[in-house]
Design a protein around this ligand. Structure first.
Ligand code: PHE
Ligand code: FE
Length: 296
């Protein structure tokens, strides 16, 4: 999950060749998927569903089933959209890859979730540095069926448009929130910690690591703390933040962030693996296997 778009074209201008992001919404070219594409979907789908029973949040497993995704075929966005629109007013739009920030925020604010239309190759089952169809569809889309989470992501989009106007530092703060909730969040259920973050549910290794490894910190959700915390884009996370409920997420993020951004601008960022005296610690990580540099 790097931050540069995947399929960038270049255009000659008076500044030389500059990248042109492919921001257009594209129709899902469903009939162009090969048997190998469908097989990659099937393999990943079955493998993750098996791992995620007892590990992913009940809500994630339930909404994913309700959507009728199956291993048989790569789902058609049109079929999922009929259901999503009815449930929460969201729809999926096909894209080539990562979008410029403002375009991405605008989609979310309008309840359009950009989904990369292409799927990884068979030799990339375990790791890919950019989002593909499996990550976006399997990972992100199910919880958009949940009304509270669906509202949270739309509110995040509106917040992104606002942060973009405030400046790059505000955007850094907001991006950390997305990273530690939507992408890598854990939730507390009566039976124990469960996964709801898309970056985790679409990864075999991290689905196990985030719950079972003694290495990472598992810390209670704290908005300001998260917005100061750096993260990893090239290894498993050093810290996961745990929410009690999707309602908690919604309530904590509903105030206007403008004064918060101003306050955070005065404070240092926190290294990805650091534990603070003020943290609610579920697990203090051993730090085993951590690289000492590379937090972004
Ligand atoms: N309340 C935030 C703001 O005023 C927007 C936001 C909502 C951000 C939900 C993230 C999640 O900027
Ligand atoms: Fe993602």
């Amino acid at each position: 999950m790097n931050t540069t778009p995947s399929r960038v074209e270049h255009q000659l201008t008076d500044k030389g060749y500059v990248p042109v992001y492919t921001t257009a919404v594209v129709e899902q070219p469903w009939s162009s998927y090969t048997e190998s594409d469908h097989a990659v979907w099937a393999t990943l789908f079955k493998r993750q569903r098996e791992i995620l029973v007892g590990r992913a949040s009940d809500e994630f497993l339930r909404t994913q089933e309700a959507m009728g995704m199956t291993p048989d075929r790569i789902p058609r966005f049109d079929d999922l959209n009929a259901m999503l629109r009815r449930a929460t007013g969201w729809e999926l739009v096909g894209v080539e890859g990562l979008l410029p920030e403002l375009t991405f925020f605008d989609h979310l604010a309008n309840r359009r979730f950009p989904v990369t239309w292409w799927i990884r190759k068979p030799e990339q089952l375990d790791y890919l540095s950019e989002p593909d169809l499996f990550h976006d569809l399997f990972g992100h889309v199910p919880l958009l069926m949940n009304p509270v989470f669906a509202d949270y992501v739309a509110a995040y989009g509106r917040g992104g448009v606002k942060a973009h106007a405030i400046g790059p530092e505000a955007l850094v703060n907001l991006t950390r929130l997305y990273w530690y909730t939507v992408e890598f969040g854990l939730i507390r259920q009566p039976e124990g910690l469960r996964i709801y973050g898309s970056g985790i549910v679409s990864s075999k290794g991290e689905s196990i690591h985030c719950l079972e490894s003694p290495a990472p910190n598992r810390i209670g959700f704290d908005l300001e703390r998260i917005m100061r915390t750096r993260y990893r884009i090239d290894t498993f996370q050093k810290t996961y933040f745990v929410i009690d409920s999707y309602e908690q997420l919604m309530e904590a993020t509903s105030p206007d962030f403008t004064p918060l951004y101003a306050r955070l601008a005065q404070l240092d960022s926190i290294p990805a693996g650091q534990v603070l005296p003020t943290d609610t610690v579920f697990n203090r990580g051993t730090g085993e296997g951590w690289l000492s540099d590379g937090d972004v």
